[in-house]
Ligand binder design. Structure first.
Ligand SMILES: *[C@@H]1O[C@H](CO)[C@@H](O)[C@H](O)[C@H]1NC(C)=O
Ligand SMILES: *[C@@H]1O[C@H](CO)[C@@H](O)[C@H](O)[C@H]1NC(C)=O
Ligand SMILES: *[C@@H]1O[C@H](CO)[C@@H](O)[C@H](O)[C@H]1NC(C)=O
Ligand SMILES: *[C@@H]1O[C@H](CO)[C@@H](O)[C@H](O)[C@H]1NC(C)=O
Ligand SMILES: *[C@@H]1O[C@H](CO)[C@@H](O)[C@H](O)[C@H]1NC(C)=O
Length: 350
């Protein structure tokens, strides 16, 4: 009795402190970090409102580690929603935590029922050898190829861990939030990504195995540079473009280790049951990926999106669990997409 009173006070104290920490009035900018995506990032910067975990343990034994940012000071039992936001191609995970948090602050300002103390944002960092050399990555965290983390390839380091797909990392982070003992009131995990992050979300939605938690898992795919096409045909076929239907552009084969044993017939029915919210900016007229495989899908981000939506609709019928937002006037703009009414709705409400 006497022993646990101070303990209780401590708990109450830390819960109060955590509520005080939350800042409802911010619009933070991209923190300065030395180095860059080409030279390697030098540090994981401090981000107001988030805690950086340079070595977040992924598997139960804590052997595999990945850096993440996570909202600071929330009470786990009060959290109803988690948003795992993926970085863009520059691997600038800190910025994506900041943008998603800014969008949440805006959401709360517009709709006070959206309570930021109930929404945990996590931004994982997929480092490469460059980031180990430059200093941001500690030597024993998982590292990946420069862009191959985007489509689910295996880690390239550390040497003690093999075949750890970036998609397995997503499995681990989603499972962390889906744990009903840790998060008894969590209803929804949103896996969100823009551009390269949007590509990662879309392909992961295809290769992830069916799981009891899938009814609480939402995918937000915004402005992806190219898509994992579901049907073998393409809007702009090109006979001299080899492997147009191979993964990562299609489903004929060439899957990474994570997708071993899968094929089109096993992937498409599950993919089309998933709760996938697509979003394209109607001014996203950039070509993005200019490889011939991507060109067969359309000439810009937007036209690839339009063609993809049409392909799903005509091949399978529009899936009951999928939505598309055409975000008026927004270009290839992570902030514009996440802070749009539709972006806010899909991250914080849907
Ligand atoms: C936050 O700042 C960015 C960049 O200055 C701006 O584009 C965005 O609209 C701002 N958001 C809010 C909610 O004020
Ligand atoms: C929609 O998603 C729910 C939850 O995962 C699932 O039970 C249901 O079967 C899906 N509906 C369709 C038509 O795929
Ligand atoms: C078709 O693919 C070939 C091989 O990559 C490429 O040289 C050619 O430009 C492509 N044609 C079109 C119309 O994109
Ligand atoms: C799918 O096609 C139907 C029939 O043409 C159309 O009404 C619907 O809007 C389409 N869905 C999407 C998401 O484009
Ligand atoms: C405001 O947020 C609540 C809680 O998420 C939601 O149920 C409601 O639909 C939102 N209202 C609008 C107009 O988005």
């Amino acid at each position: 009795m006497i022993a646990w009173i101070p303990c209780l006070l401590l708990l109450v104290g830390s819960a109060l402190a955590s509520h005080i920490q939350y800042r409802y009035d911010t619009n933070d900018s991209d923190p300065f970090v030395g180095g860059g995506s080409d030279q390697g990032w030098q540090i994981m910067p401090e981000v107001g409102g988030a805690t950086s975990y340079p070595q977040w343990p992924l598997d139960p034994k804590g052997r595999a580690k990945l850096p993440v940012y996570q909202t600071t000071g929330l009470v786990e039992s009060e959290i109803t929603r988690a948003v795992i936001v993926l970085p863009g191609k520059p691997r600038d995970c800190w910025y994506y935590w900041v943008i998603m948090n800014n969008a949440l602050v805006k959401a709360n300002a517009q709709n006070s029922s959206i309570d930021p103390s109930q929404i945990s944002i996590m931004a994982p960092c997929f480092w490469t050898e460059l980031d180990v050399q430059a200093g941001a990555a500690q030597s024993d965290v998982l590292v990946f190829g420069l862009t191959t983390w985007i489509d689910g390839k295996e880690n390239v380091g550390p040497s003690t861990i093999s075949k750890y797909s970036s998609f397995r990392v997503l499995d681990d982070l989603i499972a962390y939030y889906m744990d009903r003992i840790r998060y008894p009131n969590l209803n929804t995990v949103v896996l969100a990504g823009h551009s390269a992050g949007g590509q990662m979300v879309q392909r992961y939605a295809g290769l992830r195995r069916a799981n009891v938690d899938d009814d609480r898992l939402h995918f937000w795919v915004a402005n992806p540079g190219s898509l994992m096409w579901l049907s073998p045909d393409r809007p702009y076929p090109n006979a001299s473009c080899e492997g147009i239907d191979d993964y990562k552009y299609g489903l004929a084969g060439n899957f990474p280790w994570y997708g071993r044993g899968l094929d089109r017939d096993s992937i498409t029915p599950l993919y089309n049951q998933r709760i996938i919210n697509y979003a394209w900016g109607t001014a996203d007229n950039g070509p993005g990926d200019t490889r011939c495989e991507a060109e067969t899908q359309g000439s810009t981000h937007l036209t690839r999106g339009q063609n993809f939506v049409q392909m799903i609709n005509s091949t399978f019928g529009w899936p009951a669990n999928a939505t598309v937002d055409w975000v008026l006037g927004v270009s290839h703009d992570n902030v514009g997409m996440m802070e749009s009414d539709d972006g806010i709705d899909k991250a914080s409400v849907w």
